[in-house]
Design a protein around this ligand. Sequence first.
Ligand code: KG4
Ligand code: ZN
Length: 348
Amino acid sequence: MFDNEIKSRHLTNSDITILAIESSCDETSASVCRDGKILSNHTANQTVHEKYGGVVPELASRAHMQNIVPVVDAALSNANCQLTAIDAFAFTQAPGLIGSLLVGAQFAKSLSLALNKPLIAVHHMQAHVMANLINDPKPEFPSLCLTVSGGHTQIVLANSATDLKVIGETIDDAAGEAFDKSAKILGLPYPGGPLIDKYANSGNPRAFKFAEPQVEGLNFSFSGLKTSILYFLQKEIKQNSQFIEQNMAGICASLQTTIINILLKKLKKASLQTGITEICIAGGVSANSGLRKAFKEMGEKNNWNTFIPDFEYCTDNAAMIAITAYYKYLAGDFSDLSVSPTAKAAWV
Ligand code: KG4
Ligand code: ZN
């Protein structure tokens, strides 16, 4: 249905304006991107989940419904852009919470249908990797990306902006889950990752020792870490009921260092195995100050060119969906209106 428009435009990268929507979990976000430059990125965070210790899917869907119109409006006006100037509408197709994904998908599909403009479906985890292509300097291909989020932990080999392959991943919990579940054990509110980061800044990373799992190849495991923290705390609290309060900084710093060591050891292994030295990190956990610092240091030691997205492009955001959609537009990779969101998705 959009054939003529697509044929006449997808071979050139001049003046392509994309509106992208991200709604896979608990952030409603919209972004406008022109010719690969982000003009706006507006995100509404959902605070309703805090008291439940995790994202409540039904509440997330409802909040997306309330947020989507003002968020898209804000993204357009911050970019000084009219809806009629948009050349394609992009949305997060998978993976994520199905009710949340449906809100963004239906909104983008409706705009595409009403304005007769192409539709681009984006894989959320590929978009996290692509957040590294938002600002300069950009990594050259082939590159590796350690993608660490609340639901995923992956090492991705990127041969081009549209040819991405997972070469290692977690066999159980994600790195973000290790942060959040440990934080919950420590009595911290959801999401605990940023709070552990904050406490860790003033703590001794060698105060306590937590076991690192031995997993084959480039895969990860984090479920044992959470159990080891739980048992450690239960034992200490038996002797001193104030143990957590008195040692919060040291526990957080030690825990954070353990997670960072697990992640970076595998990333180094991936670089040695592939010979690739253009290395990125991405995803919510890449906002962690300890990981950013340790990653830079490892890069300097190993002569890597290292890349980290700006903070606002690490956690869930629509700018990463927009930049991915831009490269899909150039490759002529469009979807029709029959495309449906899915909670889980193969990596294609
Ligand atoms: O990428 P993201 O925003 O959403 C998913 O796709 O899952 O990642 C969210 C995860 C949460 O687990 C959150 O605790 C973690 O990223 N996170 C952090 C930090 N900021 C966000 N973890 C550690 N330190 C941080 N500063
Ligand atoms: Zn994410």
